[in-house]
Ligand binder design. Structure first.
Ligand SMILES: CCCc1ccc(-c2ccc(S(=O)(=O)CCO)cc2)cc1[C@H]1C[C@H]1c1ccccn1
Length: 242
């Protein structure tokens, strides 16, 4: 492939996520379950780097009536970003590297008493051809991924006063189909999508641990709830998009 100047570094991030992000957190005791709502389970680790709270987050969820491609499309497509993302104040697409790889600069709403944060990252959506089989041995219909990771870029004239946070984020989605039997066509009631969302956010500058941990504890479950409901609503009356 190598379609653009960052293809090689993107490929490294993808391989890392395929090897470690698909490890389900329930299997080992290094992850702490800190939020659970129905099928959604949100885990974290406590990690401090140079005095900064960098708690890795991993969430798993199962969403009815949507496909992996639909989940990844609405997560990746900046045309709908502000319809579901509640924590960003502004964003700009700085560069289009190919039809599914862009570079985004965004500012987050300030959370008192911390300084406002911005981030600058590459965002790429791709289909995984040899899908990793889940630990249950079930065969997914297909696997899609969005990978968001921080990069440098000259055109990011950052908003003054913002502290640059760095992100390493991945959404991996797998579609499962339960055929309706006796030759009836597949409809959305035969579908569900299993997702793994991992987020490693470095706040880039000091912020009170209690404030950051409170933000993460509130924002991640809210984001997962809001985003998954958004995709179900957006796709409900549409043809299934595998
Ligand atoms: C001090 C850290 C500031 C901060 C930097 C970065 C991010 C962040 C960036 C990207 C993504 S995403 O999943 O790629 C969706 C596209 O925006 C999620 C989160 C969140 C926070 C903070 C605002 C908090 C937050 C936490 C969890 C979810 C959403 N927002």
């Amino acid at each position: 492939k190598g379609e653009h100047r960052l293809s090689a570094v993107l490929e490294k991030h993808i391989q890392n996520h395929l090897s470690d992000s698909l490890q389900l957190p329930g299997n080992d005791n290094t992850w702490e379950l800190f939020a659970e709502e129905g099928e959604m389970k949100v885990y974290r680790k406590e990690l401090v780097e140079d005095g900064l709270i960098c708690d890795p987050l991993k969430a798993i969820h199962s969403i009815k009536r949507v496909t992996a491609r639909e989940m990844c499309h609405y997560f990746w497509d900046t045309d709908v970003r502000l319809e579901w993302e509640g924590t960003i104040e502004s964003f700009r697409v700085l560069e289009v590297l190919d039809e599914r790889t862009i570079i985004i600069y965004q500012t987050h709403k300030r959370v008192w008493p911390s300084a406002q944060r911005d981030c600058l990252y590459l965002s790429s959506m791709l289909k995984i051809d040899n899908p990793p089989v889940t630990d249950g041995g079930r065969i997914p219909h297909d696997t899609w991924m969005v990978c968001n990771f921080s990069v440098d870029h000259n055109d990011a004239n950052s908003v003054s006063g913002c502290v640059r946070a760095t992100v390493e984020i991945c959404l991996i989605c797998q579609t499962f189909v339960t055929p309706p039997g006796d030759n009836r066509p597949i409809d959305r009631d035969c579908l569900h999508c299993e997702i793994v969302y991992v987020a490693n956010v470095n706040p880039g500058g000091w912020a009170p641990a209690s404030v950051l941990r409170a933000i993460y504890k509130r924002e991640y479950p809210k984001f997962l709830r809001r985003f998954t409901a958004y995709v179900q609503t957006k796709t409900n009356a549409k043809e299934i998009w595998f």
